[in-house]
Design a protein around this ligand. Structure first.
Ligand code: A3P
Length: 287
């Protein structure tokens, strides 16, 4: 079945939860509160992982919140129809999630001290993860082939827009006090150290036992076993669980199993061009 994407400011969004009204409201009218904490990502960069980490930090390592309340209810997707309602009614301090690029993020953010945590991932692994996700999620078009999907990714034609513009837009904030960026690769390499850094940024003082509990409950294995974040509870008309798993592999470098030499060369050329002048060294720049 063809998918009719919602388009806002030239960017396509999946129709299941988004509407032009919810996106426009988020952009123009949503009131950011100074104590809001935002989990922001381009799709497939570790959004749900960060949701788990932030919820567990908020509950000081106690897993009961994460194990009994759906992740989307713990950290509403405020630019979507359902998420907006929840976000507006939640008491402070709120934890909120979105994939919005910087230029359509709430205007009221500019003058606030709300905190943003921006998680990025090797874009080659993003595209692989996204490819499989689109096959199982019915609000996205089924990819024709990996070759075509990769081309669309590089051209910025996939839902949620261009990865390059997303990263460039958000990374403009990298020197601001209320902005913290971290990579999926760092989370994989040193989750405990990453949790400590996040706690410091958030001003949350957790003892060693609490940190251990965050690390344990945010592990890939624990998350796969937790229906509140594994996506298993999403309705079948949204997520077809017979076509794959949302928590698919959870590894770094799966792109090596998918890219041909030519695709890798094309990717590198475009990546170099599009990232010029950003002056940030990412873990994946080394290989
Ligand atoms: P893969 O498809 O490569 O397995 P998002 O939440 O932004 O949609 O990202 C989903 C990706 O993050 C999936 O990648 C998923 O497996 C991975 N992920 C989620 N939780 C994880 C965890 N605890 N450890 C490692 N990877 C995780």
């Amino acid at each position: 079945m063809p998918v009719h994407y919602v388009t806002y400011k030239g960017i396509k969004f999946p129709p299941a939860y988004n509407s032009v009204h919810s996106l426009s409201f988020a952009h123009n009218e949503f009131l950011v509160r100074d104590d809001d904490v935002f989990n922001i990502t381009y799709p497939k960069s570790g959004t749900v992982w960060m949701t788990e980490i932030l919820s567990l930090i908020r509950s000081r390592g106690q897993p009961s919140w994460s194990q009994t309340v759906l992740n989307s209810d713990r950290m509403p997707w405020f630019s979507t129809r359902l998420g907006l309602e929840a976000a507006l009614s939640y008491p402070s301090p709120r934890l909120l999630t979105c994939h919005l690029p910087r230029h359509i993020f709430p205007k009221s953010f500019s003058h606030s001290t709300a905190k943003v945590i921006y998680t990025l991932r090797d874009p080659r692994d993003v595209v692989v993860s996204y490819f499989y996700f689109c096959q199982m999620c019915n609000s996205y078009e089924d990819p024709v082939s990996f070759e075509q999907f990769l081309r669309d990714f590089l051209n910025g034609d996939l839902p949620h827009g261009s990865w390059f513009e997303h990263v460039r837009g958000w990374m403009q904030m990298k020197d601001r006090e209320n902005f913290f960026f971290i990579t999926y690769e760092e989370l994989k390499q040193d989750l405990r150290g990453s949790v400590r850094r996040l706690c410091h940024f958030l001003g949350q003082d957790l003892d060693d036992d609490a940190i251990s509990s965050v690390v344990q409950n945010a592990s890939f294995t624990a998350m796969r076993q937790n229906p509140m974040c594994s996506s298993i509870l999403l309705p079948a008309d949204i997520m077809d669980q017979t076509k794959g798993q949302f928590l698919r592999k959870g590894i770094c470098g799966d792109w090596k199993n998918h890219f041909t030499v030519t695709q890798s060369e094309t990717f590198n050329r475009i990546y170099q061009e599009r990232m010029q002048g950003l002056n940030v060294a990412f873990p994946w720049d080394r290989n």
